[in-house]
Design a protein. Structure first.
Length: 174
């Protein structure tokens, strides 16, 4: 009888130790869709409309969590690059300040299901990049690559971080 109790106690301890070793994976977040992919920008000094801002607005970006781990989007920031010729590496200009936010990204219970979460009407501050682009002759600088990094962590408090990027373009209009 004592052996049965000992077996049950050891089994329970093994089950709890195995469950406590279970580790939550980092969320695998992908961008499913975004709109627009580029913005036409004018030289700020030529604009007389006082309502014009220094930002460009994106209609939406839609996220998809692939691996079933709920995630929390904590913010985004943009890096700006001068676009060079094909085959050459783009030239890094600067990194913008982060935009904090909090958006829960729900995961599908299985890989067959698709749960998507969208962020609508978000903006990127581009004034410095546009001023720099218009400071050069038109033949040298037609567009700027805006690489937006969305970052966050798992929704369970485990501290598993993710970072997903998407490239947009600022197009010079003369």
């Amino acid at each position: 009888m004592k052996r049965i109790y000992l077996f049950i106690v050891v089994s329970i301890i093994l089950v709890f130790s195995l469950l406590s070793c279970y580790e939550i994976a980092a969320p695998e977040v992908q961008i499913w869709w975004t709109s627009p992919l580029a913005w036409d920008v004018y030289q700020f000094d030529l604009l007389f409309d006082s309502s014009y801002t220094s930002d460009v607005r994106a209609d939406s970006v839609t996220f998809w969590v692939r691996n079933g781990v709920d995630a929390k989007l904590l913010g985004y920031y943009a890096e700006f690059y001068q676009v060079t010729r094909i085959g050459e590496e783009n030239i890094f200009l600067y990194q913008g300040l982060p935009y904090p936010l909090e958006l829960n990204l729900r995961a599908a219970p299985s890989r067959k299901d698709t749960v998507r979460t969208s962020l609508f009407n978000w903006s990127i501050h581009v004034r410095e990049a546009v001023e720099e682009m218009y400071g050069k002759p038109e033949t040298e600088w037609q567009s700027i690559l805006v690489r937006v990094h969305f970052f966050g962590e798992d929704a369970y408090g485990e501290g598993k971080e993710f970072n997903v990027t998407h490239d947009y373009t600022l197009i010079r209009i003369d």
